[in-house]
Design a protein around this ligand. Structure first.
Ligand code: DOR
Ligand code: ZN
Ligand code: ZN
Length: 391
C-alpha cells in the first residue's frame, strides 16, 4: 500500500482510556466490532473498554470475552477494564488479581457507573493495586450528593427545573481518593474531570507528590450547560455539562498538564433511551469519531496545544498511564507503526447516522469540524483509510 502523506500530520495512534463498548449485554447499541470500527476511523489504535457491561466485567470470564472479541476484530487493541467491585452495588471488592492474571491481562480497574462510595473499599482497592501493579480509576462521583441529579447544579438547572449535580460531588471524592492514594502509596486515575475545582484539587495533589493522573472528555472541553435550554437528551451525560467557566478551566488544565489526557467516555445509547423525556433519558454521548476534531477546535485552534501537544494528550500520556509500551511514542526504525495520518486543513460535517457506531447519539449533529483522519495503522497494517474501515 502506498499512502500519499503530502500535507498530512503523522501522530502516534490514539489511546482511549475510557470507551463503553456495551458488549456483553447491550449489543443493540454497540459491540466490540462496531466500537472498534469507530475507534479506527477516529485515529485510535488502542481503547480501554469500560466495565459497566451486563453482566458487569467483575470476573475473568467477561474480561476474557471482551479481550478475545477485540483480537478477532483486530481493528484496534481492545483492553478490558475490570470492575473494582462486584456487580453494580459496590459492596465488595472484585477479584482484581484473577482478572489481572487472566488472558485479558487487565491493567485498569474502574467503578464507572457504579461509584465506590465506601472509602474503606477504595482504600483496599488502592492497597491491592500496588502489589498487582494495576491502576485504579474512579468515576469521580459521590453518589450520595447526586441522588436524582439531572444537570449541573447552577443557574441553568434552576431555570429549567432540573435537580442539580453539584461540582462538590466530584471535587470531594477526587480529594478523598487523592488523599487515600497518597496515604497508601498507590497510583490513582481520575475519570472525566468536569469542573474547575477538580482541576484545582489535582493541581494541589500533584504538587504534594500524589501519583494521580486524570482525563477530560472532548464534550467537557467544548460544550457547556447553555445547551440544555432545548431539553434535548442528547446533551445529557454524567458528569453533566458544566458552566462555561469550567470548560475554560479544563482547557487550561489540559494545556498545563494538570489534566494528563483526553478520554472519550464514548457512550452509545439506543434511540428509545434518548428520544424521550429528559428525566427518562440515559446519560452519555458518542465520542470516538469526533474526539480529534474537538481537540483541534478547542485546544489547537486557540493556541493552547500544538501538534506535539495533541500527540501527548491523545496518545503518549494515556499509553504511559495504562502501561502500553508499544503505543504513544515515535516510531522506532524497523518497528511496525501505530500511527494516524491527519489532514489538518480539511473539514467535515457530523452526521450521526453515518458514524460507524451502532448508536447515533452525537451532540455534534450537523456541526462542521476541523481535522480529518486520512489513515490509521495498527502495527503497520491499515485499519482505516479515507473514512472507511480497512479489512
Ligand atoms: O454519561 C455516562 N455514560 N456516564 C457514565 O458514567 C456511564 C456512561 C454509560 O455507561 O452510558
Ligand atoms: Zn463515568
Ligand atoms: Zn464512562
Amino acid at each position: 500500500t502506498v499512502i500519499d502523506a503530502q500535507g498530512l500530520i503523522a501522530l502516534p495512534g490514539f489511546v482511549d482510556l475510557h470507551t463503553h463498548l456495551r458488549e456483553p449485554g447491550r449489543e443493540d447499541t454497540e459491540t466490540v466490532e462496531t466500537g472498534s470500527a469507530a475507534a479506527a476511523l477516529g485515529g485510535y489504535t488502542a481503547v480501554f473498554a469500560m466495565a459497566n457491561t451486563d453482566p458487569v466485567a467483575d470476573n475473568p470470564v467477561v474480561v476474557e470475552h471482551v479481550w478475545r472479541r477485540g483480537r478477532e476484530v483486530a481493528l484496534v487493541d481492545v483492553h478490558p477494564i475490570g470492575a473494582v467491585t462486584v456487580g453494580l452495588k459496590g459492596e465488595r471488592l472484585a477479584e482484581l488479581g484473577a482478572m489481572a492474571r487472566s488472558n485479558a491481562n487487565v491493567r485498569i480497574f474502574s467503578d464507572d457507573g457504579m461509584c465506590v462510595a465506601d472509602p474503606l473499599i477504595m482504600r483496599r482497592a488502592l492497597e491491592y493495586s500496588r502489589g498487582l501493579d494495576v491502576l485504579i480509576a474512579q468515576h469521580a462521583e459521590e453518589p450520595r450528593l447526586t441522588v436524582g441529579a439531572q444537570a449541573h447544579e447552577g443557574e441553568t438547572a434552576a431555570r429549567l427545573g432540573l435537580a442539580g449535580w453539584p461540582a462538590a460531588a466530584e471535587e470531594s471524592i477526587v480529594a478523598r481518593d487523592c488523599l487515600l492514594a497518597g496515604h497508601v502509596g498507590a497510583r490513582l486515575h481520575v475519570c472525566h474531570v468536569s469542573t474547575a475545582g477538580t482541576a484545582d484539587v489535582l493541581r494541589w495533589a500533584k504538587a504534594r507528590g500524589t501519583q494521580v493522573s486524570a482525563e477530560v472528555t472532548p464534550h467537557h472541553l467544548l460544550l457547556d450547560d447553555d445547551r440544555l435550554n432545548t431539553y434535548d437528551p442528547v446533551n445529557k451525560v454524567n458528569p453533566p455539562l458544566r458552566a462555561i467557566s469550567d470548560t475554560k478551566a479544563l482547557r487550561e488544565a489540559l494545556a498545563e498538564g494538570v489534566i494528563d489526557c483526553v478520554a472519550t467516555d464514548h457512550a452509545p445509547h439506543a434511540p428509545q433511551d434518548k428520544d424521550c423525556e429528559w428525566s427518562a433519558a440515559r446519560p452519555g454521548m458518542l465520542g470516538l469519531q469526533t474526539a480529534l476534531s474537538v481537540v483541534i477546535q478547542t485546544m489547537v485552534q486557540p493556541g493552547l496545544l500544538d501538534w506535539r501537544g495533541v500527540a501527548r494528550v491523545m496518545s503518549e500520556r494515556p499509553a504511559e498511564i495504562a502501561g502500553l509500551p508499544d503505543h504513544g511514542r515515535p516510531i522506532a526504525v524497523g518497528e511496525p507503526a501505530n500511527l494516524v495520518l491527519v489532514d489538518p486543513k480539511a473539514t467535515w460535517t457530523v452526521n450521526g447516522a453515518e458514524l460507524a457506531s451502532l448508536a447515533s447519539n452525537t451532540p455534534y449533529e450537523g456541526m462542521e469540524f476541523p481535522g480529518v483522519v486520512k489513515a490509521t495503522l495498527l502495527r503497520g497494517k491499515v485499519t482505516a483509510r479515507d473514512g472507511k474501515v480497512a479489512r
